[in-house]
Ligand binder design. Sequence first.
Ligand code: BGC
Length: 373
Amino acid sequence: MKKILTLVLIALLAIASLGVASAEEARGEGKTIGICLTSQALARTVLDSIYLTEYLEEMGYDVEIVYSEQDAAVQATQFETFVSMGVDGIIISPSDSTALSNAVEVAYDNEIPVMVYDALIMNSPYIEYYATDDLYAVGATQGGYIVDALGLEEGKGPFNLEIFSGSMTDNNATYFFEGAMDQLQPYIDSGMLVVKSGQVDRTSTATDKWSATNAQTRADAILSTYYSDGTHLDACLTQNDDLAAGVIAACKSAGYGTEDNPLPLTTGQDCNVSAILSIINGEQSSTVFKNIKELAYAASVGIDAVIHDEEMPWDPEMVGSYNNNAVDVTTYQVKPLLLTAENWYELIVESGFYDAEDLGMTEEELAAYAPAA
Ligand code: BGC
């Protein structure tokens, strides 16, 4: 736990120091950054917009944010509008990883620096920099949680598992799936994990637009078709907090959530406030903490460096690359951390990521959760 906290604190300290350097330099004075995000309805996107704005404005930039609400054509138009406005740089989180290669070529032709954010833009040789998480590790953390929590390594089982992966248009979801399935597949092969629906590949488990409602609808169908005879569903690989929420809702309406019929284990990512509260209440079992402050900071100082034609200031230990089918893209990779009922307080409260107000609690209510010293 100490190690985890140290990691989070180091990241937050690095970010805190930004204010000092930038106040002296106001490097973005008179310049505008256009930011293209996916959907205001997603809790994590709200945090992305808050922190990107904060860090860029601290450096003196003007910031303009647009949301595509998951419509790839709308996003391409928004991106091209930024190009024709002549913004000084663009940060973009694609709604559809394969739909923007023409748009980024236009930015390249106009010498407008682009920082790709969260999910990669595929099939374009014009992408140079990308800020995201260690995507394979996010999935491996989720799969590893299920393996540990069920005691599969100790030979326990068989258990029933169902799988809910992300949108087919999100390149990240491919990595999440690979990371998780590398942990789970050996137990599916040995029969210690049984997927009664038979839906185990990426396509049959995908959730359009990562929507909680779509996950709930698919879970309703799976529960009524394969589990209505009283077979217990023991675990669900739910690849983000929205999918976990949808699956938990379906399970509750099928009668899960009692002492005799406990909810299946679930996974997640993003640390949505609603997911943290669900974990505290014993419903969602785990999520993955992806430090959005660190990610937004990396993207902000990254685009600033490109605009000023300077070397990337990223800590080389945090940098890797992802291939987008055209080039290897230099990538800042935040390290994901498993969050459960045991460590949520240390991980997101003691580190300063969320406070009582964020979690909708009074200081006293939150303090009651502090682990005994
Ligand atoms: C992001 C996740 C998010 C999902 C749905 C992915 O690309 O990495 O954090 O939960 O999209 O928005």
